[in-house]
Design a protein. Structure first.
Length: 458
């Protein structure tokens, strides 16, 4: 898995600056993980058995095809008790932020990102302040409108995500209909399973990894509904280094072009894989290698630099300075003289950078889980839940009836509750199976639910 920080990008910029011994820490008031998550950590502290720890991700060791969304948190908190080095590891907090993101708790994701993010040199912080001031005369424009105007003439469009930020999948979801209407028929995602047990015909645990996150699952369902052909292009040789991995990814994407001379491809990848430029450190991202191999210029859209929390201390500080000067309420692109602003250090890597607005919360849930209003707010009263309920999951009834429960992806799930009273789910109109689980992931109750006018309660 890619980490939520990028040392290469920071080093590239720091070489342009004088480095001082003192560090500039990017802090506001520290955001604590949610109370529900702290309750689960307390549960782990009491029940941890280091010899009986689950696997490091959502797939249980005892059942390789099964999904347990609480397993990586149990594993992480249990290890934390036995290894103090975990608390000094950025990779540890990166993995925690990704695990929590699967459970719809964005406030806690942000809290762990603050621990994951590196600090930046005070002189570099001043460089960023001067950089943002130099954007004078720029304006924010609607990102979707800008993409519609500039990206559709390309044969290959690439957009990235931070793996711990489902908002990035939600934004790609919002673009699918537009891309399909302009002739794009292939959706290639880095996360798609490229092994022999893959399932790209329907959404299951074998479709991919981040597609098991509810927004990632909705992205796949929508693509299949529209008629996209799903393309797995990940390198399956785990011994490869980064450059070899990107080279194999590029070759797999080029195979689509070779087989279909009219192909138009939307590629959804992680972080810097969609960079079109090599770096002084010798990095050759997938998009750079694809361009060399195919002689096709991809249109590359970065979401990771200018999002809340960023991918590291550098981008997090950059984002805070930018939105202070240019407040945004919708996902935007900063332009001047009709040209997009290029941010340090990626002026040659991406066509545009997307600026997402700060998260708005409703009862602890990020409101962008509504997918631009396609999903509505469903209230489940805690008093109607079985004793011991911790996690509530909503599964599409059709998928629930056709597959084993531990192989399907919920439409939404949460352990957050509002002032001890209500859980909030975001669901489309349809038929669901609601699953109530305790902290051991044991099912306490199942309930059928049909949503028509959502939001008035259960």
């Amino acid at each position: 898995m890619d980490l939520c920080f990028s040392c290469i990008k920071i080093v590239s910029v720091m070489k342009k600056c004088l480095v001082l011994p003192a560090l500039f820490f990017i802090t506001t008031l520290f955001a604590q993980p949610s109370g529900s998550l702290l309750d689960f950590k307390a549960y782990t502290n009491k029940n941890c058995s280091i010899g009986n720890v689950y696997g490091k991700d959502i797939f249980m060791v005892q059942s390789p095809t099964g999904i347990n969304y609480l397993a990586p948190l149990y594993n992480a908190y249990c290890k934390e008790q036995h290894d103090d080095k975990q608390l000094a590891s950025r990779a540890y907090y990166d993995n925690l932020s990704q695990s929590v993101s699967f459970l719809g708790d964005i406030k806690s994701v942000q809290a762990y990102l603050m621990l994951c993010n590196s600090s930046i040199d005070s002189n570099l912080a001043k460089v960023l302040q001067r950089e943002v001031k130099s954007f004078s005369g720029s304006v924010m424009v609607d990102a979707r409108d800008y993409i519609r105007e500039h990206a559709f003439s390309y044969r290959v469009v690439m957009i990235n995500e931070a793996h711990c930020n489902p908002l990035h999948r939600a934004f790609t979801y919002s673009l699918l209909k537009d891309f399909y209407s302009k002739g794009f028929r292939y959706l290639a995602m880095e996360t798609f399973n490229n092994n022999s047990n893959r399932n790209l015909e329907s959404l299951t645990s074998n479709t991919g990894y981040y597609t098991n996150e509810p927004v990632g699952g909705e992205l796949v369902r929508e693509a299949q509904k529209l008629g996209f052909k799903l393309v797995a292009y990940e390198d399956t040789v785990f011994s490869h280094n980064g450059r070899q991995r990107d080279s194999v990814q590029a070759a797999h994407l080029y195979e689509v072009i070779q087989k279909d001379s009219t192909a138009k491809i939307l590629v959804h990848a992680g972080y810097g894989h969609i960079g079109k430029a090599s770096t002084v450190e010798g990095s050759m991202p997938m998009a750079y290698q694809f361009k060399k191999l195919s002689a096709i210029e991809p249109y590359c859209i970065d979401q990771t630099c200018m999002s809340e929390g960023g991918y590291d201390g550098f981008s997090s500080m950059y984002y805070k300075l930018l939105i202070k000067k240019y407040p945004v309420t919708i996902t935007s692109v900063l332009v001047r003289n009709n040209l997009p602003i290029q941010f340090l250090p990626d002026s040659d890597s991406y066509n545009i950078h997307i600026i997402h607005p700060p998260t708005i919360y409703d009862s602890g849930r990020a409101t962008w889980y509504s997918l631009n209003g396609e999903k509505q707010r469903l209230v489940i009263s805690k008093k109607d839940c079985p004793a011991g309920t911790f996690l509530i999951q909503a599964y599409y009834r059709e998928e629930f009836d056709k597959n084993e429960l531990n192989r399907i992806v919920p439409a939404d799930q949460t352990y957050l509750y509002d002032n001890g009273k209500n859980y909030i789910l975001y669901l489309k109109k349809g038929k669901y199976k609601i699953i109530f689980r305790d902290m051991a992931y044991k099912i306490l109750k199942e309930k059928n639910l049909s949503t028509r006018i959502v939001g008035a309660g259960t």
